[in-house]
Write a protein that binds this ligand. Structure first.
Ligand code: HEM
Length: 184
């Protein structure tokens, strides 16, 4: 059962309490997002670089690092614009980012603290510039939504791969997981 990214986005918006007010506030501050994106990107990759395992994943060539900087800046700015006002294009883009990380083998243990770093650095910058708490809250909510996309991609890709390979039904798969979790 393939995930529909846009339906998933709508579900997450409700769960995270991401409202039209959040969207309006982010869009009103899109220029600020553009301004701080390069500095946030530098903080982010400096953080990843301090972790031995993640540093190794990053440094498979200068070209990858350069590409990563570009794509991260773009990702950061899109949190403010919502691409198509947080419509299907935004959802598809976030889903694709999730799939890229699954393919490279970057797991929740890497991504969750990394997103916390983004929120922490943004909060620091907002404070320095005397920006509102409300903007910090809106950004935190959209960061959590984007994080949920990356995390959910793991679950979806892993289950789909097992179901395809084994021919099991979803029901059987869920029962096996429950049994496995009980025995751990
Ligand atoms: C806050 C969490 C993260 C965000 C928002 C993020 C954002 C992105 C984006 C936007 C892309 C480009 C996807 C595409 O090509 O369509 C990407 C790719 C990638 N990310 Fe992340 N990332 C995150 C966490 C991490 C972590 C923890 C690592 C660990 C090393 C990592 C390593 C990579 C790598 C290696 C690529 C592929 C680069 C390539 O094209 O060769 N990311 N990321």
């Amino acid at each position: 059962m393939a995930l529909n990214p846009y339906t998933f986005l709508l579900t997450l918006e409700k769960r995270a309490g991401f409202t039209d007010e959040d969207k309006a506030l982010l869009q009103a501050n899109a220029d600020w997002g553009v301004k701080v994106a390069p500095a946030m990107t530098n903080h982010f990759y400096a953080y990843l670089g301090r972790d031995e395992e993640m540093n190794k994943i990053l440094h498979t060539g200068e070209e990858r690092i350069h590409r990563l900087h570009e794509t991260f800046i773009q990702w950061f700015q899109e949190m403010f614009t919502g691409i198509d006002n947080w419509g299907p294009a935004y959802a598809d883009r976030r889903w694709k980012i999730g799939l890229v990380h699954v393919r490279i083998g970057i797991g929740p243990q890497h991504v969750v603290p990394a997103m916390a770093t983004v929120i922490h650095e943004v909060a620091k910058e907002l404070q320095v510039e005397g920006q509102s708490e409300a903007l910090k809250d809106s950004l935190s909510r959209i960061c959590m939504i984007d994080l949920a996309f990356i995390e959910q991609a793991y679950v979806e890709v892993s289950s789909a791969a097992v179901l395809q390979e084994t021919g099991w039904t979803e029901g059987l798969f869920r029962r096996l997981i429950a049994t496995g979790a009980r025995s751990m």
